[in-house]
Design a protein around this ligand. Sequence first.
Ligand SMILES: NC(=O)c1ccc[n+]([C@@H]2O[C@H](COP(=O)([O-])OP(=O)(O)OC[C@H]3O[C@@H](n4cnc5c(N)ncnc54)[C@H](O)[C@@H]3O)[C@@H](O)[C@H]2O)c1
Length: 353
Amino acid sequence: MRILVTGGAGFIGSAVTRLLAQQRGATVLVVDKLTYAGDRRSIRDCEGKHGFQFLEADICDLPRMRAAMAEFRPDAVMHLAAESHVDRSITGAADFIQTNIHGTFCMLEAARAYHASLDGAAKATFRFHHISTDEVFGSLGPTGAFSETTAYDPRSPYSASKASSDHLVRAWHETYGLPVLVTNCSNNYGPYHFPEKLIPLVILNALEGRDLPVYGDGSNIRDWLHVEDHARALVTVVERGRVGETYCIGGRAERRNLAVVETICDVLDQRRPAVRPRRELIRFVTDRPGHDQRYAIDCSKIERELGWRQQESFESGIAGTIDWYLANDWWWRPLREGKYTGERLGLLPAKAG
Ligand SMILES: NC(=O)c1ccc[n+]([C@@H]2O[C@H](COP(=O)([O-])OP(=O)(O)OC[C@H]3O[C@@H](n4cnc5c(N)ncnc54)[C@H](O)[C@@H]3O)[C@@H](O)[C@H]2O)c1
């Protein structure tokens, strides 16, 4: 398989790239702009594997995307490049609109031209796989779960931009016959996760004895999916998913944010005992504006139709993730000292009067 992976230097894209290039013997072209969230060190072990190639480029550059597809001749495009942090979308939505919506439009147009140039088996088997989020479905009450038939109800600039991109992808399928697949997944965690996100931020702050910020009262619930389980699901979908279908991917691991932070404290206390229990570092801070209360995913469709299952429980996954951060400070330390030092993101200015 020849796979073009956009955003392959990011958190999930790098897990997909490592799986494809190191374990599946695929030839991968990563297209990545290397924003603050992209890091070639996350895929350094793929260099030299099966013709692996890296193209530093912006997905909004349509002529370059057309040329990349024409030259690389992918069997599939896996589109993960995006601005991905909700907090950053609250204070600076422009990049989200540009990359997530216009960038997806450019990828679709490039793929449409490339697909039209194919014939025979290559045309019949080409796939455009768009990777999206469960946040497009909005916020749940105490019960129920999102599924492939849930109506869209995005509430943050990030989720609205991802919802827009999902609609574009489906429109390119219905209107132009582009063979697309869409996946919507829950919150990922695992190795190589940029330390602005909850789990790596808490692991590293706890390790350094710094405050552990918990938004609001910590009661918001997320479903947690290990990034390597997610990568396996994505490769399964691109190989065997039915064209035009959506698949929801979840971890079957709902946890309150406070419980996630407490678990990290407890595992770290076992691994690296500190003077006082790390739970004492927890600080409740001003909530995120428009903070969705609960996400949960019904992933029975991908389990039933494609036979995918999570391999990690939350307990095994979080312990492995903590061990990875303990063993790999070469990866995160330069990020903590340079690109993001842990300051609060995503707060609106206080209202006057
Ligand atoms: N992380 C999650 O929990 C999660 C959950 C559901 C869905 N998703 C989706 O999965 C995808 C990957 O998420 P992630 O967490 O790996 O994100 P990430 O922020 O870690 O990585 C994004 C990557 O895209 C690249 N990129 C950004 N703008 C670009 C542009 N204009 N052109 C080319 N490359 C660009 C960045 O350099 C980076 O390497 C995104 O589409 C995201 O919406 C993520």
